[in-house]
Design a protein around this ligand. Structure first.
Ligand SMILES: NC(=O)c1ccc[n+]([C@@H]2O[C@H](COP(=O)([O-])OP(=O)(O)OC[C@H]3O[C@@H](n4cnc5c(N)ncnc54)[C@H](O)[C@@H]3O)[C@@H](O)[C@H]2O)c1
Length: 229
């Protein structure tokens, strides 16, 4: 029987919920900064080998250098990867498997609001679609590409990062983002049923408190907090 596990969890709680990680190979998307970097750091601290994926080349290099210095060059790889680009994801999976022969953990973290917060009536179709594309299609695509490797290994965990905004719809001005994050909940449950796996939805526990590189004051309390630091 499948079990659906919904949770509000910090990166540390997510890493510790995964059990024995020593020698396991994890991919973290959107790992160049923010929560993605925190997930990568926690997985490394728990013994995993970690591949960092992100589109932000410069920031990715910086994060990769910092984590390599902390955990060693044999434990960290990075690849500029666009989670919505099929060729990019495939080639990054090939690189991870080429290096470590497996992928057993995937954290679908890339995404976020991506555009300035504001009334959805003012959004273009392109802007709305882009938020869905990166958050939902990206998570599905990365999962699709790693699942065969997990099956071959007889082990796999996929963590999909959503948001508490799915239940509250607040704060306002983030209709595309909230819609995308609700999509991730459905994606998680449906893919878990399909693959006869447990579903684990990671909802960062204090959204308004996490620092991020969001281009807009989509989380006003977060923006105020960052300014005051
Ligand atoms: N920060 C919060 O308070 C909070 C709360 C709830 C949920 N979340 C979710 O947690 C995740 C991380 O949030 P964050 O605040 O650290 O965001 P962030 O903006 O700091 O980092 C997101 C990362 O994703 C990368 N990214 C964007 N598009 C990409 C693409 N197409 N391919 C690969 N990488 C891409 C960005 O370059 C960036 O490094 C997001 O999914 C977000 O929705 C965050």
């Amino acid at each position: 029987m499948n079990r659906i596990i919904g949770t509000s969890a910090s990166p540390a709680q997510v890493a510790s919920s995964l059990g024995r990680l020593s020698g396991r190979v994890a991919v973290v998307t959107g790992a160049a900064q923010g929560l993605g970097r925190a997930y990568a750091d926690r997985l490394l601290a728990a013994g995993a080998l970690v591949a960092l994926w992100d589109v932000a080349d410069g920031q990715l290099r910086e994060t990769s250098a910092a984590l390599t210095e902390k955990y060693g060059a044999d434990r960290v790889v990075s690849a500029v990867t666009d989670v919505f680009d099929e060729d990019s994801v495939r080639s990054s999976v090939d690189r991870v498997v080429g290096r470590w022969s497996q992928v057993t953990v995937l954290v679908n973290n890339a995404g976020g609001g991506l555009f300035p917060a504001g009334p959805s009536e003012k959004m273009t179709v392109e802007q709305f679609s882009r938020v869905l594309a990166v958050n939902v299609t990206g998570a599905w695509l990365c999962s699709r590409e790693v699942l065969p490797h997990m099956r071959a290994e007889g082990y796999g965990k996929i963590i999909n990062v959503t948001s508490t905004m799915v239940t509250s719809g607040l704060p306002t001005g983030l209709v595309a983002y909230t819609t995308a994050k609700a999509g991730i909940v459905g994606l998680t449950r449906a893919m878990a049923r399909e693959s006869a796996a447990k579903a684990f939805v990671s909802t960062p526990s204090h959204p308004a408190m996490s620092r991020c590189a969001s281009p807009a004051p989509c989380r006003p309390r977060c923006a105020r907090r960052s300014k005051s630091r």
